[in-house]
Design a protein around this ligand. Structure first.
Ligand SMILES: Nc1ncnc2c1ncn2[C@@H]1O[C@H](COP(=O)(O)OP(=O)(O)OP(=O)(O)O)[C@@H](O)[C@H]1O
Length: 279
């Protein structure tokens, strides 16, 4: 277990320490003793089979959900035990970019990026303009600032949402499926942007994704989750040469392996002959 070595390590921006979590109306634990350390200033990929709880993990880090047990520390502060006002302050230091992270459809691109600055800072409009233009420049959309979201392509929308999510200069940015639904060119652009922004802004990034090949080109560190825990972690090179069957199945996209292709069911013969019900 990572528990004791994790405590307060300044090299880790986020430390997840032995958490247990289930949703309120469910008795099914998504996590049992999950521990993870997110290195500061790096890009960490979190992967695992569908429905394992990756988006949930980001919401736990963001403090929207609380684990039943265990700690989630951000820069040493245990998020689940923070007061509402403390959590509000801490959330300004992190940003989440969800796949559905839609822009406000009735505002220009410019106003979308200015929105968090107008909401959460007391900066003058003049200063806001400078920041918005810098953020738009960073994602290559300065020239598109007068457009409405409906006039943007899918890839441009994603980039505009990215500019909005860095408007307040967060320390941590969490991406949920950032490449989903993108054509190869805009996927390439987004991959490059995530890497460049991480380096130039000194960010720490967490990327939840199914796009193994793409994310391995930019991730410094990778966690693979399965069976309610971390089943593998390391640099992309370490994981690619791992002989752990689950890690291998996942990274090589094999349809069957320790994670079965079939949802549990009686044998087909039994079912067709009426011998059993799926229990
Ligand atoms: N608000 C909720 N209440 C109850 N159950 C939920 C809630 N949100 C998600 N779940 C369940 O928790 C499990 C994990 O969901 P989550 O979206 O975190 O998984 P995921 O690994 O991100 O999935 P995918 O890779 O398919 O996006 C799923 O079984 C889902 O149905």
């Amino acid at each position: 277990m990572l528990t004791t070595t994790l405590e307060g390590n300044p090299e880790h921006l986020v430390e997840i320490d032995d958490i247990y979590f289930h949703y309120n109306h469910s008795t099914h634990n998504l996590y049992e003793g999950l521990s993870m350390a997110i290195p500061r200033g790096k890009i960490t990929a979190v992967m695992g089979p569908s429905g394992i709880g990756k988006t949930t993990l980001l919401r736990l880090i963001g403090g929207q959900l609380r684990p039943q047990q265990g700690q989630i520390r951000f820069a040493g502060q245990n998020i689940p035990s923070l007061k509402r006002s403390e959590l509000y302050q801490l959330r300004k230091r992190m940003s989440m970019l969800f796949q559905s992270g839609a822009l406000f459809s009735d505002m220009t691109v410019y106003d979308n990026i200015a929105f968090p600055l107008r909401e959460h800072s007391r900066l003058s409009e003049e200063l806001i303009e400078t920041i918005v233009l810098l953020k738009l420049e960073a994602v290559g959309l300065r020239g598109a600032r007068h457009l409405m979201p409906a006039e943007l392509s899918g890839g441009m929308s994603r980039r505009a949402a990215l500019a909005r999510s860095i408007a307040l200069d967060p320390e941590l940015i969490m991406y949920d499926e950032p490449f989903a639904g993108q054509d190869p060119i805009s996927m390439g652009v987004i991959i490059k942007l995530i890497k460049e922004l991480n380096e130039s802004l000194g960010l720490t990034s967490i990327i939840v994704t199914h796009d193994v090949e793409e994310v391995l080109t930019i991730a410094d560190y990778v966690y693979i989750i399965a069976d309610k825990q971390v089943v593998g972690h390391g640099t992309p090179e370490q994981l690619l040469s791992s002989d752990n069957a689950l890690v291998h199945q996942f990274l090589h996209g094999e349809a069957d392996g320790p994670v079965p292709f079939h949802y549990r069911a009686p044998t087909l013969a039994d079912e067709l002959l009426g011998a059993g019900d799926a229990k």
